[in-house]
Design a binder for this molecule. Structure first.
Ligand code: ADP
Ligand code: MG
Ligand code: ZN
Length: 484
């Protein structure tokens, strides 16, 4: 059998994180709200209404484009995409067509055991969402369909990739990286369970070595990264089998069926001219005014890759710690605040506490660093106590667990729990002398150079101090006494 290669291009929709819809003042919090409770004459397509573009939506869209290295076009046009469907009351969707607001971007993705790869981004355009058809109420199947317009007019960006993706692993990595960047800049929350990030996958196959692309199918209804991966793999095999049995792939839209784990044909692929695109006469061209764009750029948060490099160069983190701590914006912010509250020498300890204790807790409770029950400065303080020798690393774990339960400050908890290590020279020296006197054989061995004997003396000190002597100090003082 011939070798085949898959070619994939992804179209990703992200809901812009605005309070109100793209062309009216209705709230975007319709998910989980009563059906048709976030609607007005405009977003339900009543006669006589006029759309007004939401400035914040444009700013968030521009930030997403800048974060994806896209060029912002000086001027872009909103166009009507005409089709009838019951969830689209105007019978057209306001979108952008031949003059989108942004083009020519790129995104670098991380791949397992391979060098990173850069995927081209063809364009990003803005558009409004449609409503939603309901075929059941709760678990009750109904005779007919109901329509909920809460989502109609919600602002979206559509990010169209070049056909640069060559496998399901790359598709998965692309989506992961895309979500990370978009969430980082705050353009979209990308909550897939709420439909805030959705993906269509275009896939074709070609014999290895052939330059021309094959005929593509577009797969819709992919509501998780795993579904994208599974659907692409399935579709690849379907197309290869078809070609091998002398069949032809037809350009069509297919649906992914999660139950059967197979794609099924939905409709032959519509062409752009079917939609009768034309500029929306109710909206003026969107002009990317230079001063406005400069202000938007200034307002951009630092991107993950830049932050990662800075954490390594300025804060001395390992590349592993920097990766972990920049994986999520809320975590990166938490870390920076915690590190700022810690002594300079304790920054590495802050990173350790966050990547082990705190991430463990967050993962277990399925929370983000935005929901931690105490302020970041507490972790800085805790790390400071460890570095100063007041607290052992075991003690730090205990204090962290209590902080999570009680939201009390570390110093207070160290006292309450009696966890403070004794780092007082005089007190520790006293214990060292007693331990040496109690074990003359080990003391003599130590003096004659048998270093292993130190364990018995350290053990003696720990017993006398009920485990509270600072181990580093104990070792130091024993050596001083023996060498004197
Ligand atoms: P449409 O409106 O037809 O969906 P778009 O321009 O919105 O067209 O998106 C086309 C998508 O399909 C892009 O992501 C592009 O990279 C991808 N694509 C185009 N040709 C092929 C092909 N032969 N095989 C796989 N993907 C393709
Ligand atoms: Mg498309
Ligand atoms: Zn409205």
């Amino acid at each position: 059998m011939k070798q085949y290669e898959m070619v994939v291009g992804l179209e990703v929709h992200c809901q812009l994180a605005t309070k109100t819809k793209l062309f009216c003042g209705c709230g975007t919090d319709g998910f989980g709200s009563p059906p048709n409770s976030r609607i007005c004459p405009l977003c339900t397509g009543q006669p006589g209404v006029l759309p007004v573009l939401n400035k914040r939506a444009v700013e968030l869209a521009f930030q997403a484009a800048l974060a994806l290295d896209c060029r912002l076009n000086d001027s872009s046009i909103f166009a009507r995409k005409n089709y009838f469907y019951p969830d689209l009351p105007k019978a057209y969707q306001i979108s952008q067509y031949d003059q989108p607001f942004s083009e020519h971007g790129k995104l670098t993705i991380a791949l397992k055991d391979r060098a990173p790869k850069t995927i081209g981004i063809t364009r990003i355009h803005m558009e409004e969402d449609a409503g939603k058809l309901l075929h059941e109420v709760g678990s009750l199947k109904i005779d007919g369909s109901l329509v909920d317009f809460n989502r109609a007019g919600v602002p979206l960006i559509e990010i169209v990739s070049e056909p640069d993706i060559r496998g399901s692993e790359e598709a998965y990595a692309y989506l992961t990286a895309l979500k990370e960047v978009i969430q980082f800049v705050g353009s979209s929350r990308c909550d897939m369970e709420k439909g805030e990030m959705r993906c269509d996958a275009n896939i074709s196959v070609r014999p290895a070595g052939q330059a021309a692309f094959g005929i593509r199918a577009e797969i819709k209804n992919l509501n998780s990264f795993k579904n994208v991966k599974d659907a692409i793999d399935h579709e690849f095999h379907r197309q290869v089998e078809l070609i091998e049995s002398d069949g032809k792939v037809v350009q069509e839209t297919r649906l992914w069926n999660v139950e059967t784990q197979a794609t099924v044909s939905m409709r032959s692929k519509e062409e752009a001219h079917d939609y009768r695109y034309f500029p929306d006469p109710d909206l003026v061209p969107l002009v990317a005014d230079a001063a406005w764009v400069a202000a938007i750029k200034k307002d951009m948060p630092e991107l993950p890759a830049v932050k990662r490099a800075r954490f390594i160069a300025e804060l001395g983190l390992s590349s592993y710690d920097a990766d972990v701590l920049t994986g999520d914006k809320t975590l990166a912010d938490f870390f920076e605040k915690a590190a700022a509250a810690a002594p300079k020498t304790a920054v590495k300890t802050v990173a350790n506490i966050l990547s082990t204790e705190m991430l463990g807790r967050l993962n277990a409770d399925n929370k983000t660093a935005g929901e931690v029950p105490f302020p970041p400065a507490y972790v800085g303080e805790l790390a400071g106590l460890v570095v100063a020798g007041t607290l052992s690393s075991k003690g730090a774990k205990d204090v962290f667990a209590k902080m999570w339960e009680s939201s009390k400050a570390p110093k207070m908890l160290v006292e309450e729990l009696g966890l403070a290590q004794v780092s007082d020279d005089k007190q520790v020296m006293e214990w060292v002398r007693q331990a040496l006197a109690a074990n003359p054989k080990a003391a003599a061995d130590l003096k004659s150079g048998k270093e292993a004997a130190i364990g018995a003396i350290v053990g003696g000190v720990m017993k006398l101090s009920k485990g509270k002597a600072n181990p580093a100090l104990v070792n130091k003082l024993i050596k001083e006494v023996v060498q004197a």
